[in-house]
Write a protein that binds this ligand. Structure first.
Ligand SMILES: NC(=O)c1ccc[n+]([C@@H]2O[C@H](COP(=O)([O-])OP(=O)(O)OC[C@H]3O[C@@H](n4cnc5c(N)ncnc54)[C@H](OP(=O)(O)O)[C@@H]3O)[C@@H](O)[C@H]2O)c1
Length: 297
């Protein structure tokens, strides 16, 4: 299969990692930032997609401010659901495929074994509700034409994410307290980019997949790893004490799932994803890239 791909939200962590990885042979890719394509603007979607006539759209654009979404839920929903409907309508009318990215925040975190794609979602907050509605829009396309891939705890050397935030705080502060009762899976935007390019190349068998890296841990445990590899890469000079705390001691506007590990076996199998890209080597790679940017996250 060959053709053209349009990637929305060109400045997202994911789009930047997709750009670094490069489109598969035979595929042309265009990356459009918000000022070139505001996906919430239906008229612009029709015009820009009409001109580009992509065979496949990868929607990385999203309202990702989880806490702010609690005070402006309609803005979050407008981008995470209404805008997805705009893309779906164009795909429907033009026979194009849509690969849409969603989140572990569609789950309430009460499970104790990894969530399967078919498990019942029950979002805790406005961000999760909006993203779930976006999944519903994508599901209006026939399976194979519309595909949702849920991911979790995304990080990279780009943008706003936990790794960059932690490295900055660890360089500035004398000590840190990090929550130890939310369990999930940090996922490198680079490994998600590999999966998405494979989804472009190989027609999906299902309409819903889970993707995450292999490590299962708390934010506190992840912070310890970030400190360790930050020091190894020369980004951090000193070790500071990091204290585990409960979520109750770190109140946020949005509630977060206590457990958001997702079963990724369907994606591993259908897209023949390499096992050797383990979570630690992904973290080391990203911290190394931050060191190359000048060491200061
Ligand atoms: N970050 C996570 O931990 C996480 C976890 C699970 C799932 N996800 C999902 O994974 C996907 C990628 O996340 P990410 O962290 O790579 O995203 P990100 O770095 O937060 O970037 C989101 C991008 O979307 C763009 N955008 C917002 N509204 C737009 C609009 N109306 N039209 C066009 N572009 C718009 C933003 O543009 P500006 O640059 O102009 O602001 C920004 O570049 C999203 O669907 C997200 O929901 C993320």
């Amino acid at each position: 299969m060959t053709g053209s791909v349009l990637v929305t939200g060109a400045r997202s962590q994911l789009a930047r990692c997709m750009g670094m990885a490069g489109a598969p042979p035979g595929w042309r890719a265009a990356f459009l930032a918000r000022e070139e394509l505001d996906i919430a603007d239906e008229a612009q979607v029709q015009t820009v997609l009409g001109e580009g006539a992509p065979d496949c759209i990868v929607n990385t654009a999203a309202y990702t401010a989880v806490d702010r979404a609690e005070s402006e839920p309609e803005q979050a929903r407008r981008v995470n659901a209404g805008a997805v409907a705009n893309l779906v309508r164009w795909c429907e009318a033009n026979g194009a495929r849509l690969i849409h990215v969603s989140t572990d925040f569609v789950f309430d975190g009460r499970a104790s074994t990894p969530y399967l794609p078919e498990d019942e979602p029950a979002p805790l907050g406005a961000y999760g509700h909006g993203k779930l509605a976006g999944e519903g829009e994508t599901g209006k396309l026939p399976a194979g034409q519309g595909v949702v891939v849920r991911t979790s705890w995304l990080y990279s050397e780009f943008g706003r994410n936990f790794v960059r935030t932690m490295l900055a705080l660890m360089a500035e502060r004398d000590e840190l307290a990090v929550v130890n009762d939310q369990i999930g899976c940090p996922t490198s935007a680079h490994s998600l980019a590999v999966l998405i390019w494979r989804m472009v190349l190989l027609p999906p068998k299902s309409g819903l997949y889970h993707w995450r890296d292999g490590g299962v841990m708390s934010w506190y445990e992840f912070a310890l790893e970030i400190q360790k590899w930050g020091q190894a890469a020369g980004v951090l000079q000193n070790t500071i004490p990091i204290r585990p705390i409960a979520s109750a001691d770190y109140p946020t506007a949005a509630a977060r799932p206590a457990y958001s590990v997702m079963d990724r076996s369907g994606a591993m199998k259908d897209f023949d994803m390499p096992e050797e890209r383990d979570w630690r080597s992904e973290l080391i790679r990203v911290v190394g890239a931050i060191a190359e940017q000048g060491g200061r996250p």
